[in-house]
Design a protein around this ligand. Sequence first.
Ligand code: ADP
Ligand code: TRP
Length: 356
Amino acid sequence: MSEHKNEDKKVVLSGIRATGNLHLGNYYGALSKFVRMQDDYDCRYFVADLHALTTHPDPGMLHENVKEILAEYLAAGLDPEKNIIYVQSDVPEIAEMYLLMNMHAGIGELMRTASFKDKARKALGITSDSDEIEREICGNQTNRQVNAGLLTYPTLMAVDILIHHADFVPVGKDQEQHLELTRRFGRRFNSFYKTDYFHDAVNFNFGGDAVKVPGLDGSGKMGKSEGNCIYLIDDEKTLRKKVMRAVTDEGPKVPDSEPTEPIRNLFTLMELVSAPDTLGHFRSAYADCSIRYGDLKKQLAEDILKVTLPIRERILDIRGDDEYLSRVVQRGAERARETAARTLREVREIMGIRKF
Ligand code: ADP
Ligand code: TRP
């Protein structure tokens, strides 16, 4: 069954949940890598609408969100001729394989996953450790905020990846634990059924470390639920306002001092969007204490706009074109289902499910 490993091009697979517009964190952590990889690999990119269900989106909004992400994929430069672009729920084989793979996922390891603990803590309104989460979930029969889909989120993600026998999964740093679980489930399946059917998938970052894009509020990562995002769809005025309001500090008092976190974050953003000499200029101004944060922010806003404005214009063009969007995903689903159906058939067979 090792035929999957010997295809000409390595298989790339990634997706983003349909939970709102894409921000710079999504762009640099994931989407820009999708675009850069499309010429050299066999790429499959999808919109994760089933994963979005774990946090109970408004049913009236889910489809709009799927469309929005799709338009943003295309606007950022993903070419449907070069990639398989699809919506997760259009590939029912994923749901069936998720059921099968759950037979090999341990409740303990799922409960220890950082993303589960974060979401469970938020839902339960507690701040402390795993034991308390477990006590709350098991001890309180009426507590249904933490649903089983949230617990088995990593199984579904592993299936997204394994069903395509993916080699590379371009994602941001926060997803690395999920990738680790994917490898674990694949290896466990292999050893349980004495096969070499699945192989390991790894993150991909063009040789560098996984990216973590900071927010504008001084600490932590940029994230939809953090409310600290610059969106690809932000108009010029909104974007400038957000950057000018970014948290800073009182400025360096001593030459060559270590920047505080809010300032380090602004430099990190600059590393992503600005030319090296622009960054160098502001770093030396910081080092000799002559820096003016207002100037730095103005430059930063300018350089972000150079990246986002052309994408914004394309999003506005594409997102109303229902016919085009539906053509892209129908074709994408057909192609994704070819691989998915084959994998599912083989997995059922390995597990002993046979037709009469
Ligand atoms: P959010 O955290 O805003 O809800 P998602 O979890 O939907 O975003 O993430 C979609 C993709 O974007 C994932 O590959 C994730 O690793 C990446 N990503 C999200 N936020 C960041 C960030 N701040 N820095 C780097 N990558 C990120
Ligand atoms: N968990 C990912 C996120 O929150 C989304 C996702 C679902 C994904 N399935 C995937 C990413 C498979 C890469 C591969 O962003």
